[in-house]
Design a protein around this ligand. Structure first.
Ligand code: 13P
Ligand code: SF4
Length: 326
């Protein structure tokens, strides 16, 4: 079999992102990409990348790509010695919880999340005291401490199923108020909520969506369930980032508006050139802390390692594993 030379291999790789990454910029990326591939081999490492990562990460160095749910499942199954999270801190923590024997790295410890920052373990204990006997469903966008206080976790990809599996007419659903309200509208189950919001999705308004519909006749609008309920109400479909990808895959043509983080449209546009993506650009500053040079540095120096106290991890793992079992 013919092996590709370094030049041909680089051209093949560039073909994946050519439509979005200018040649000048590519030249600066290539050195990091080559170094990352070599370091992954040396360290027996894999890179897990969330759908909001930039195209040069998502399409050129990631081994596993997906939404929070897929990344959690893949982390649990991974046999690599090192897992590098191209995503935010709660995703790295979830990976460590599910795969305690692997070394889990995140290139930038400041890659947080406004939802995870909105609530503490003490807040969850107080909610339980106020609503005795009501189950606590916690979005994975939370710290290990908060997960450890919860009955079960959920992601935007399985929230409806998780809530319905409990068989109660009331649920404490934290910390995303909008996700809880959107799931309440879908299931009719009463939600006790927490005033946490995603700083990216809370900015979308129904007026903005209506205007974009007027400017783009026939556009199909897909909204992430972290958007306010009034935004979901004027959309055609709502689902996790993986559910949006699946929807786009099944409708390969026309105009699509993804009411979510910008890189998601970039990554899908490269895979579906026949689709015309209408792009409102709300960027997640936390996701954007992850860069190619940061990934390279993480693998070179084996930093920053994500650790969790084993007793705490065991309590958090129970809630995550309960979710994965559904
Ligand atoms: P997904 O699980 O849909 O990928 O969402 C994660 C996230 O952080 C969205 O803002
Ligand atoms: Fe958190 Fe929103 Fe960023 Fe997702 S997009 S990581 S929910 S701040």
């Amino acid at each position: 079999m013919n092996q590709l030379g370094p030049r041909q291999a680089a051209d093949r790789l560039y073909d994946r992102v050519r439509h979005l990454v200018p040649e000048m910029e590519w030249a600066t990326f290539l050195d990091d990409i080559r170094a990352i591939e070599e370091l992954k081999r040396q360290r027996n490492a894999i890179i897990l990348a969330h759908n909001y990562q930039t195209p040069e990460i998502f399409h050129c160095v990631a081994d596993i790509r997906g939404d929070s749910l897929a990344l959690a499942r893949e982390a649990q199954e991974a046999s690599a010695d090192v897992i590098v999270m191209a995503g935010v801190h709660f995703m790295a923590e979830t990976a460590k919880m599910l795969n305690p024997d692997s070394t889990v790295l995140i290139p930038d410890m400041r890659a947080g999340c406004s939802l995870a920052d909105s609530i503490t373990a003490a807040d969850v204990r107080l909610l339980r005291e106020r609503h005795p006997g009501v189950p606590v469903v916690t979005y994975v966008n939370t710290s290990a401490e908060v997960k450890a206080e919860s009955d079960i976790c959920c992601t935007s990809g399985n929230a409806k199923r998780v809530v319905e599996s409990l068989g109660t007419d009331r649920v404490i659903m934290i910390p995303d108020e909008f996700l809880a309200r959107n799931i309440e509208a879908e299931t009719g189950i009463q939600m006790i909520t927490w005033p946490g919001h995603c700083e990216v999705h809370e900015r979308f308004t129904p007026q903005e969506i209506t205007r974009m519909r007027e400017d783009n006749p026939g556009v199909v609008v897909l909204a992430h369930p972290e958007c306010p309920p009034e935004v979901v109400a004027v959309s055609d479909f709502s689902g996790s980032t993986a559910m949006m990808s699946d929807y786009v895959q099944a409708h390969d043509g026309g105009k699509v508006l993804l009411v979510t983080e910008c890189s998601m449209s970039d990554n899908l546009a490269l895979l579906h050139p026949k689709i015309d993506f209408v792009r409102p650009c709300n960027m997640c500053p936390h996701m954007k802390r992850i860069t190619l040079s940061g990934l390279r540095h993480a693998l070179e120096t084996m930093t920053h390692e994500v650790t969790i106290d084993p007793a705490l991890a065991a309590r958090g793992r129970r809630a995550v594993e309960r979710m994965l079992a559904i």
